[in-house]
Write a protein that binds this ligand. Sequence first.
Ligand SMILES: NC(=O)c1ccc[n+]([C@@H]2O[C@H](COP(=O)([O-])OP(=O)(O)OC[C@H]3O[C@@H](n4cnc5c(N)ncnc54)[C@H](OP(=O)(O)O)[C@@H]3O)[C@@H](O)[C@H]2O)c1
Length: 234
Amino acid sequence: MKKILVITGGSKGIGRATIAQFMEQDYRVVNLSRSAPDIDGVVQITADMVNPGWADACAEPLAAELNAADNICVIHNAAVLKKDSVRDTSADSLQQVFQLNVIAALQLNQLVLPHMKGGSSIIYVGSTLSEKAVAGSCSYVTSKHALVGLMRATCQDLAGSGIHTACVCPGFTDTEMLREHLGHDPAILDAIAGGVTQGRLIQPQEIANTLWFAAQNAVINGAVLHANLGQIEH
Ligand SMILES: NC(=O)c1ccc[n+]([C@@H]2O[C@H](COP(=O)([O-])OP(=O)(O)OC[C@H]3O[C@@H](n4cnc5c(N)ncnc54)[C@H](OP(=O)(O)O)[C@@H]3O)[C@@H](O)[C@H]2O)c1
């Protein structure tokens, strides 16, 4: 059986851990990002998905990899997290964030769907901020809410195809994205960990496990799965 994971943003963080998880289960992996992961055997299709033309450029190499696949799992993981607010987010900036965090997922679906058979899956990586907001992350919050809408539309539009979907929403996960966003400040990282019922950050492998679960279990079709160790509410 030819099983393929198509993932975006697998060069580091959650995406990289997810690639390792699927490779252990004998999936061939195709990764789309600007740089390649340091894992042998991954098929790298280099793409900057902020550029709307990326999909045309990648269509051919992607189709060549997906030919005759029995099972395909698509994981929409690449994203950008900016510090911005409802007062200062420009239309251009919001469009760029949407291009990577939402529109690229739609574009990739349209490239892969013609190759997908029943039993395949489309899994979106949302965020705790897919269903709530914090100050200072306007474009990210807005785009991650939109991603849940795209997942729900995927569920409805693919009814009868045997392809299932879900949105996995990580909480504070120890990756470059989180550390950069918090300015690499150990005190802030400690404070963040203290705001979680388990008193620690999530490891990327834990989100990879959840993504694996989502891909393997069609019963969750259409679901938003929070994976945040239980955040303390105030
Ligand atoms: N870490 C957290 O606390 C957290 C919490 C909630 C949700 N999430 C979500 O989890 C997912 C993964 O986040 P992470 O923390 O693992 O982030 P990360 O370590 O910063 O990784 C982000 C990935 O996205 C890729 N990427 C960024 N810009 C790109 C572009 N223009 N074109 C193509 N690929 C691009 C990066 O690859 P290149 O740089 O090589 O292009 C990288 O592989 C994201 O959807 C994020 O929103 C993370």
